[in-house]
Design a protein around this ligand. Structure first.
Ligand SMILES: Cc1cc2nc3c(=O)[nH]c(=O)nc-3n(C[C@H](O)[C@H](O)[C@H](O)COP(=O)(O)OP(=O)(O)OC[C@H]3O[C@@H](n4cnc5c(N)ncnc54)[C@H](O)[C@@H]3O)c2cc1C
Length: 187
């Protein structure tokens, strides 16, 4: 049983189908997002006109062909270690022998007043990108601010710039990409 349907879960599935032990396992994946794993690293390329389907690491048929049961749009909310069961948001329970957690990470939003208002976005999923694009189109937005001048902040700023908005990046460190660059590099 694999919880999380992202890039790591997909990598795990690829490895397990090549394993000589494959026949010992039935494999089921529960992913919260509405589609199979995709190349999140190239998320921004969707704006350049790339099709969503091109970003998929494997099609649904691939999972079927390899005997992997894939559930998308299904969030697992509880693990019952004693009973060896996982529980989903609909109250459903699924038994497991071995459990793999490949749940990745979520964008962490600082507790900034107003961060939950409309027009404030995180940037991690295809849905986030679509929400930004729709908002810009609907509101005919012209300006934007990106909080965080790390790799993802810069990537988000490029996305917004490509949508035709002017962008201000706000970074608490003295320079951009503080995790990657030392003071000399920033200067
Ligand atoms: C725009 C962007 C650009 C990036 N560029 C780079 C790059 O250039 N180089 C690089 O190394 N990395 C990059 N990254 C980071 C990279 O995408 C992640 O490191 C990678 O996606 C991690 O894969 P993962 O499977 O561990 O996690 P994720 O991709 O986060 O996948 C985890 C999945 O599990 C699902 N999930 C979580 N909890 C549950 C639950 N309870 N039940 C069911 N499903 C659940 C999530 O919805 C998600 O689909 C980038 C990320 C973004 C957003």
């Amino acid at each position: 049983m694999v919880v999380g349907g992202g890039m790591a879960a997909h990598g795990f599935c690829r490895r397990i189908i090549q394993s000589p032990q494959r026949s010992r396992f039935s494999v089921t994946v529960f992913g919260e997002e509405p589609r199979p794993a995709y190349d999140r690293v190239n998320l921004s390329s969707l704006l350049a006109g790339r099709d969503e389907a091109e970003l998929l690491l494997s099609t649904r048929e691939w999972y079927e062909e390899h005997g992997i049961v894939l559930h998308t749009g299904r969030r697992i909310t509880r693990i019952d270690l004693e009973r060896r069961e996982i529980h989903g948001q609909l109250g459903e329970a699924e038994p497991y022998d071995q459990l793999v957690l490949a749940t990745g990470s979520y964008p962490w939003v600082r507790p900034i007043k107003g961060a939950n208002h409309s027009g404030v976005f995180v940037y991690r999923t295809i849905e986030d990108l679509e929400a930004i694009r729709d908002y810009v189109a609907t509101k005919q937005a012209k300006t934007s601010a990106v909080i965080g001048g790390g790799l993802l902040g810069l990537e988000a700023a490029k996305v917004i710039k490509d949508l035709g908005l002017s962008t201000t990046i706000l970074e608490v460190a003295p320079g951009l990409m503080p995790r990657q660059l030392d003071a000399e590099g920033v200067a």
